[in-house]
Design a protein around this ligand. Structure first.
Ligand code: NI
Length: 166
């Protein structure tokens, strides 16, 4: 995975964690809109995404295809009761898990990351789906993971948070 992408990903993690940490526990528990996830649940969903994709990113280096199990996102958030967890614990776990995933990306062999895979289910798994008839790469899947993370950070922090960096 290229160095500029990784540096930007790590910067996003650290800046977002800092910004998320400015909200108090009760603010983080409130739904962001009627019937929508709270900040706690959004970050919880991103922890689930990290946990699932961590396994996929490792396995992708040990198998030929990019075929992996999915997970029921709403059910995972519900059964883990993220809304009842301390906000600071969730932000710390989110930050640490994503810093680990950045290391997993950095450690991956570049040829393996770039190798074209004919067999995949990124039509089901990816945030920006790839048709099953089109080949894809682990590079695409890793970048798609970060794009999904940024999408939810905009939900939690507002659409302009990324522009307001120093
Ligand atoms: Ni999502």
């Amino acid at each position: 995975m290229d160095a500029a992408f990784l540096a930007e990903f790590r910067r996003t993690i650290d800046r977002a964690a800092e910004r998320l940490g400015t909200f108090c526990d009760s603010e983080a528990s409130r739904p962001t809109a009627p019937g929508k996830w709270s900040k706690k649940e959004i970050v919880g969903h991103l922890i689930d995404s990290a946990a699932n994709n961590h396994g996929r990113f490792v396995r992708a280096q040990l198998q030929e295809d990019l075929v992996f199990p999915g997970y029921d996102q709403d059910a995972w958030v519900r059964v883990q009761r993220y809304r009842d967890r301390p906000w600071s614990d969730l932000v710390a776990l989110w930050r640490a898990y994503n810093r680990h995933i950045a290391c997993v990306m950095e450690s991956a062999d570049p040829d393996t990351v770039a190798r074209v895979r004919q067999s995949h289910n990124l039509d089901e798994l990816a945030w920006k789906a790839v048709q099953r008839t089109e080949p894809t790469t682990l590079d695409y899947f890793m970048r798609d993971y970060v794009a999904h993370l940024e999408h939810h950070l905009r939900q939690a922090l507002g659409s302009d948070w990324a522009q307001s960096r120093d």
